[in-house]
Design a binder for this molecule. Structure first.
Ligand code: FEO
Length: 165
């Protein structure tokens, strides 16, 4: 059985994952109307789906442990970006915040002596490491590319095959 504190904290994470999914959905929609960003568009939409999966995993866990997962209202995310680089910078910043939030959840699970939740959260800890690495790689590449159109072409092509593994 989850403690009230653990339940509340996990429900806050449901909101965060839902907001992440919305944010990347908006990035996908923005990228889709830019010329030559087919790969990036696909990447953002896929990433949005992954965040939804992170949210669902939490929802099922909360409910299975005797809590009640609250489906949250969502704020409208940022809709447009001055450049692809700025979209990826936001994505990276966002992932860092998510990692902090996961770390905070892990700390609460230890405080509450909730070792099942601690164990459950390890998947998220690893996932965040990968997401941060991926976002950092994309930012580094875009930094190198600058305004070089052929570099951007290759970035868009390569991101379609990018995997977190
Ligand atoms: Fe589920 Fe990228 O945080």
């Amino acid at each position: 059985m989850l403690s009230q504190k653990m339940k509340d904290a996990l429900n806050k994470q449901v909101l965060m994952e839902a907001q992440s999914s919305q944010a990347y959905l908006a990035m996908g929609s923005w990228a889709e109307i830019q010329p030559g960003l087919k790969g990036v568009t696909q990447f953002f939409f896929r990433h949005s789906d992954e965040e939804r999966m992170h949210m669902l995993k939490l929802i099922h866990y909360i409910n299975e442990r005797g809590g009640f997962a609250v489906i949250p209202a969502l704020e409208q995310p940022v809709l447009t970006f001055v450049s692809l680089k700025s979209a990826f910078e936001q994505l990276y910043k966002h992932e860092i915040k998510v990692s902090e939030s996961i770390n905070n959840l892990v700390a609460i699970s230890l405080e509450e002596k909730d070792y099942a939740t601690h164990n459950f959260l390890q998947w998220y800890v690893l996932e965040q490491m990968e997401e941060e690495r991926l976002a950092r790689d994309c930012n580094d590449k875009l930094e190198m590319i600058g305004d070089d159109k052929s570099g951007l072409y290759l970035f868009d092509r390569d991101i379609m095959t990018l995997d977190k593994g």
